[in-house]
Unconditional design. Structure first.
Length: 482
């Protein structure tokens, strides 16, 4: 049976759990002492916990969930002592969670009355606005009527739970930011949210961090209003004018694994937002930062996932309830035939993952303005059709085609030491029943504008990040079968 044990502790501690030496005068409790009690697994564990408590009376001890095989009776358990270090141990060495596209049937944003082409058009408008998330001065055009449709800057959503007892949250999965934050009570200025706001006073594992703590020091934009022992406040803002202000805290964050039992992550740094606004939708709460900064989910998981995560995005046109996947640890390894890797380039802003094409996270692929005209000309020369206008007004190179057999040229993204082949099914999209368009646009001419390798181009590609080796890997994959 797969095991998944979370222990958070400091010595003294049971050697059989932590696998570390303990003081000579310390006698750890022995589980088999209670082997005779098999009818009631919870009672068995309760007595074991009593024994642990007797040997670690000066540490807080919390029994949360149960999990182990005992003479035919299965139960799951996680223990936590405080304070100390974290250890995630799973027999398969990794886990995966669902990434839900905001317009898929699994999303609360899903509108069954929309046609596939309407969803594509909406995704394009989300993407143009998403560029502003990275840089306030980005100026890809979108008219007022289109902008009104934008309800949220995120394309992919991640379900997780926070606190003890668990409270389920739906956040935006974002490789372009670091902090994990959600809306909390009391709320002085929150955007409308359908689900109840998280109440930190009801969580036994919630704790605000102090101004002198390393957690407070590791995040930019924190402030304090008193002594070093006062609580740490945070303030984050995004280029699209969205923002969150609140208290920096630690609490247990639990991810619902698709491959094993839920994975609890005690003492995860989170932002408890009391004043939040911008382009957020009532069906979600905040952001799950997957960037490379110190407080992102990836950085906090750290050695427990060996610095590895990956995702596999299903095509936007996929039918049914299949979801994209976000993988961690050994589940995130990208290897085998067809896998290629490229270095992640260090830059001044440590949040983003920079490549030859400098970031990840939008539907469209944004090319440098000086390169786009030549690129468009080469693509146009390969297609024996007359160009037409994009009905949505977002894309530049479009063709009339009512057939699903439209074939554009295959495009290769040349990264350093890695060529990623992109099929026409991901580089050309159907914006309505009669028109297909190239899903590439030119970046702004403004100084500092960035180029972005978009998620449409990444569909059916397993994309892996290794933040220890500073590499990103790609492998053609049918993501619907993972």
């Amino acid at each position: 049976m797969e095991s998944a044990i979370y222990v958070e502790t400091r010595p003294p501690c049971p050697k059989e759990i932590v696998g570390k030496p303990y003081p000579a005068n310390y006698t750890p409790p022995i589980l088999h002492k209670y082997d005779g009690i098999t009818r009631n697994a919870r009672e068995h564990i309760r007595q074991y916990i009593d024994a642990l408590t007797a040997h670690s009376h000066d540490h807080e001890l919390r029994l949360r969930e149960f999990s182990k095989s005992l003479e035919g009776q299965a139960f799951t358990w996680y223990t936590s002592f405080a304070p100390g270090f974290s250890l995630i141990e799973a027999s398969n060495g990794g886990f995966s969670v669902d990434l839900i596209h905001r317009d898929s049937p699994n999303s609360p944003f899903y509108d069954p009355s929309e046609t596939p082409s309407q969803r594509i058009a909406k995704a394009l408008r989300h993407s143009i606005n998403r560029v502003n998330h990275f840089k306030p001065t980005s100026s890809l055009s979108t008219n007022a009527a289109q902008a009104d449709i934008i309800s949220n800057q995120g394309e992919y959503l991640l379900k997780y739970s926070v606190g003890t007892p668990l409270v389920q949250i739906l956040g935006i999965a974002d490789t372009g930011s670091d902090l994990i934050w959600l809306q909390c009570k009391p709320c002085n200025g929150c955007y409308k949210q359908t689900a109840p706001l998280f109440d930190p006073t009801r969580s036994s594992t919630y704790k605000e961090v102090s101004c002198s703590s390393s957690q407070c020091q590791s995040l930019k934009g924190t402030s304090c209003s008193g002594s070093d022992d006062s609580s740490c406040s945070y303030s984050v803002s995004y280029g699209d004018q969205s923002f969150s202000n609140g208290d920096l805290a630690v609490d247990t964050l639990t991810l619902g694994s698709t491959t094993s039992r839920p994975v609890p992550l005690p003492k995860t740094i989170i932002g408890c937002g009391h004043n939040n606004g911008g382009t957020f939708n009532a069906n979600g709460s905040g952001i799950v930062g997957l960037g490379s900064g110190a407080v992102s989910l990836v950085s906090q998981l750290d050695s427990s996932i060996d610095g590895k995560f990956s995702y596999c995005l299903i095509p936007l046109t996929s039918q049914g309830d299949t979801t994209s996947k976000l993988n961690f640890g050994s589940n995130a390894v990208v290897s085998g035939s067809g896998a290629v890797s490229t270095p992640i380039v260090p830059k001044d802003i440590d949040t983003f993952y920079y490549l030859t094409l400098e970031a990840i996270s939008t539907t469209l692929t944004i090319l440098p303005s000086e390169l786009y005209p030549d690129f468009e000309s080469v693509v146009k020369a390969e297609i024996d059709l007359a160009p037409t206008e994009d009905p949505s007004g977002v894309l530049r190179l479009c063709y009339e085609s009512s057939s699903d057999d439209f074939k554009g040229p295959n495009i290769t993204a040349h990264f350093t030491a890695a060529d990623v082949n992109l099929s026409s099914s991901t580089t050309f999209i159907r914006v309505d029943e009669q028109v297909v368009c190239l899903a590439f646009v030119a970046a702004s001419d403004e100084p500092g504008s960035i180029s972005i390798f978009g998620n449409l181009a990444q569909a059916n590609v397993l994309v892996g990040y290794d933040v220890v080796k500073k590499t990103m890997s790609f492998k053609p994959t049918d993501c619907t079968k993972l």
